[in-house]
Design a protein around this ligand. Structure first.
Ligand code: SAM
Length: 185
């Protein structure tokens, strides 16, 4: 008889965004960071750095919990070369996600690299895997969301430890509760 199902260890996932254009597409990169955080990634390396954007994401994390951070990456090459784990470049030209999914799930650490308007050609060589979410052009936010969901599944509530407020899922309307203040003696 099969024994009790063992809980799968979730890999540590970091995301590297290359080709961000500070001042030109803050909304798209903010959405990328918030998606990475909400779906279970641990950090986002941002190239080139954008301290204002990093500050806005940090404010969200303070309010909604967890340890997600945006880390400045003045040079992206070193982040990819020195990452101790599986380096995955999301590109519509890559191998289908479904084909490489077992490798991603078994890895202890995964770096997911996404491009912007332009993608440095070296990335195709430096990455361990070039992976597509459908062989059609769409968006880095969508591609990242699908990959994280397939690799990590739903993040546990404990992932957002220290939240100042949390949502109570409701059929209708908005139900948000504040964290009870720490008791003083
Ligand atoms: N023109 C760019 C190029 O040379 O690949 C594509 C830019 S696309 C707007 C921005 C990013 O979205 C890509 O670098 C990639 O990370 C991601 N992306 C878009 N479509 C994808 C797909 N089908 N599969 C995986 N990633 C995709």
């Amino acid at each position: 008889m099969p024994g009790p199902a063992r809980k799968r260890r979730r890999p540590y996932v970091a995301v590297l965004r290359v080709g961000h254009r500070p001042g030109r597409d803050p909304r798209l990169t903010t959405h990328l960071a918030l998606t990475a955080r909400a779906l279970g990634a641990h950090r986002l390396y941002l190239h080139p750095p954008d301290p204002e954007l990093a500050g806005r994401v940090a404010a969200v994390a303070r309010r909604w919990g967890g340890r997600f951070e945006v880390v400045a990456a003045p040079a992206w090459g070193g982040i990819v070369r020195e990452f101790a784990g599986l380096r995955v470049h999301l590109t519509m030209y890559g191998e289908p996600l479904v084909r490489v999914l077992p490798r991603l799930r078994e890895a202890r650490r995964v770096l997911v690299v996404v491009g912007g308007a332009k993608v440095p050609p070296d990335l195709f060589q430096t990455a361990d895997l070039n992976v597509s979410v459908g062989s059609q052009p769409h968006s880095e936010v969508a591609a990242l969301a699908v990959l994280l969901d397939r690799v990590l599944g739903a993040p546990p509530a404990s992932y957002f430890r220290g939240a100042r407020q949390r949502i109570v899922p409701a059929r209708r309307g908005k139900h948000v509760v504040a964290r009870p203040a720490a008791r003083s003696r």
